[in-house]
Design a protein around this ligand. Sequence first.
Ligand SMILES: Cc1cc2nc3c(=O)[nH]c(=O)nc-3n(C[C@H](O)[C@H](O)[C@H](O)COP(=O)(O)O)c2cc1C
Length: 394
Amino acid sequence: MRVRRCGSVMLEPRERLEFDLSALAAGGSGLVRVLEWVALAPHVAGEIILTPQESTVLGGLSPSTWIELDELARAHPRAVLDALAGKWLLVAEDSEAARRDQKLRDTHWRTPSAVMHYASRWTDVDTEDLQHDFAEMIGGRLIDRLGPPAPAVRERVPAAQRLRLPPKGDASPLDALLDGRVTCRNFDRMRKLSLDSFSAVLYRTYGARKVDETTLGIPLLKKGVPAAGALHATEAYLIAQHVEGVAPGLYHYHPVEHALEPMRRLDAAAIPALIKRLTAAQDYFADAHVVVIPTSRFLRNFWKYRNHAKAYRALILDVGHLSQVQYLAATELGLGAFVTAVINEIDIEREFGLDPLEEGPLAVCGFGHRAEVRNEAEFDPLNSVWAAESPGPR
Ligand SMILES: Cc1cc2nc3c(=O)[nH]c(=O)nc-3n(C[C@H](O)[C@H](O)[C@H](O)COP(=O)(O)O)c2cc1C
């Protein structure tokens, strides 16, 4: 059997606290510090604990040359090699571990970026409990407990040295939009979203305004948002509910045809719970008429930016641009919008049948009709949306 080391892996020396009854019996707190090596390998789901000996042997294995395991065992203890193979860090030819490892190699990830992406995906995380614990810990006294934050504004020179700019001038339509953009956490589930509004927000945010075949000799999309390398590597997957003429369900948006690609019909009653689960229990998004999941297609970007230190960062920036345009497109139509980075990526991948080695959700956005009553906190100090002051930002 021929083996080689996986292509991407990073080791973290970690210290964690563990409860030990004998340490308690000996008169201490019962907490002992455990030092360990944690391997972060993007082709494996989850963290892998290594012994010091396994870490050392791992460092002596080639990721590029296939070698017979028996031959390798002449240089390293067989039991350690077997343990590394069991943990998928040493991969056997034609195995599932090798297939996943190869797919990751073929995607041209830079290793630290891949580790960051795959180590930060969640499944089944429920932030309701975390928020509750945090609120209890803080007890309404955020600043007492945490101390003051870094200042809101960094001032580099004394006030007298500042070069004041001309008056801001008359408010433009863009100013009105920017003032009215308030993250929405109160949606009106009783009011349907018109197909025209739905279509307009999708087109303005994700739609292609032109397909250009001449610049690079391959089809390039021109959109209202910038995108790294003009590659527009972000796909829009949707959950629709309460939209006129659109059956409740999961969809993919086709940016050139400006069309929905139905993926799965859903029972309307089940959708709020699904949105809540995918947004790690943020139930204030559950009634959003449309949830859009911007999902990066890694190979589309890394085809050009191979093993590039900035490539993953660029994908994240692309999603930021999309999110802001979606906010503004919704605001212009009198709708509310949101973005959240607190999401259960693995559950999203499962729901939409996405291969995480090919594409990954980086955020969840949404839009729809705002409710008449503000039950959940929204940050509107300009009173652009809400007349009276009430709960502030989350
Ligand atoms: C990257 C990013 C992540 C965010 N994540 C969340 C989130 O998890 N939950 C939430 O309710 N709002 C989230 N927000 C919205 C912010 O809380 C919001 O922008 C902020 O409170 C300021 O309010 P405004 O957008 O109304 O100006 C996020 C915003 C950004 C840009």
